[in-house]
Design a protein around this ligand. Structure first.
Ligand SMILES: Nc1ncnc2c1ncn2[C@@H]1O[C@H](COP(=O)(O)OP(=O)(O)OP(=O)(O)O)[C@@H](O)[C@H]1O
Length: 244
């Protein structure tokens, strides 16, 4: 049992920015003074170590895993348990074992928040997570495109059907504003986040801008301090913190 608030970050399909959001939300909550862990449950498609630029493995103590700590947050990922970028070729039941391993065999301690980066869709991991961590609440991530929102609805509906509270929808890549301009360009369309929120009967918690990654940084998916995207993540973290 995880000791703290649990928030699963889900999406209907890949590539909408779910992992980026999970990591940056964890960092933003940390900036608000919270103690935070991120558990990368995207077992096949893990990306959290890469986003956070972690290239070392966790240590063990008395047969338990000491989570990796970076930028003040604790992290566990399948990426720490494989060699290099080896693919994971597992059947469903093994995935459930890994969720159990990550929740029971890691020395997390008591924390304010556990952020779960879920795999996209409604497969085995989502099913097992709903059974094994019944206390988890969820946010659903989509892009503004109506087709993405349509697919994301299934992830939200699955959570609701298994009696998990969906606290809201986050629309990522909502618009692009050129530097030093308030003009908004809706490159990927408009309205998908609000539509999804209405379908699920929840709130649209935030709309995050498209921001060019800083490729000179060792972690380009983490926005630079005080950038518009970082400010939106902090705003989102405050909103979400108010929901627990
Ligand atoms: N707001 C944003 N502005 C610009 N690029 C973004 C934004 N959000 C995410 N990205 C980029 O989009 C790509 C996909 O993001 P990410 O890996 O977080 O998606 P995902 O939904 O977790 O995908 P998957 O489920 O397939 O792992 C990454 O290159 C990421 O840096």
């Amino acid at each position: 049992m995880l000791k703290g608030n649990v928030l699963a970050v889900t999406s209907g399909k890949g590539g909408v920015g779910k992992s980026s959001l999970a990591v940056n939300l964890a960092l933003a909550l940390k900036k608000l003074g919270k103690s935070v862990a991120i558990i990368d449950l995207d077992i096949y498609g893990f990306s959290v170590p890469k986003i956070l630029n972690i290239d070392y493995k966790p240590k063990t103590f008395n047969g338990k895993i000491i989570p990796v700590e970076t930028q003040g947050i604790k992290v566990m990922s399948m990426g720490f348990l494989v060699n290099g970028n080896d693919p994971i070729v597992w059947r469903g039941p093994m995935l459930g074992k890994m969720i159990e391993h990550f929740t029971k065999d890691v020395l997390w301690g008591e924390l304010d928040y556990f952020i779960l980066d879920m795999p996209p869709g409604t497969g085995d991991v989502a099913l097992d997570m709903h059974l094994m961590i019944p206390e988890s609440k969820e946010i659903v991530v989509t892009t503004p495109h109506k087709a993405a929102a349509f697919v994301a609805e299934r992830a939200g509906t699955m959570a609701i059907k298994s009696n998990h509270e969906v606290i809201g929808v986050v629309e990522n890549m909502s618009y692009f504003s050129p530097p030093d301009s308030d003009e908004k360009y809706f490159i990927f369309g408009k309205g998908g986040g609000q539509e999804l929120a209405s379908q699920l009967g929840v709130e649209l918690l935030g709309q995050l801008p498209i921001q060019e990654p800083d490729e000179s940084s060792e972690a380009p998916a983490i926005p630079t301090e005080h950038s518009p995207l970082e400010e939106e993540y902090l705003k989102l973290a405050r909103t979400i913190d108010g929901k627990f």
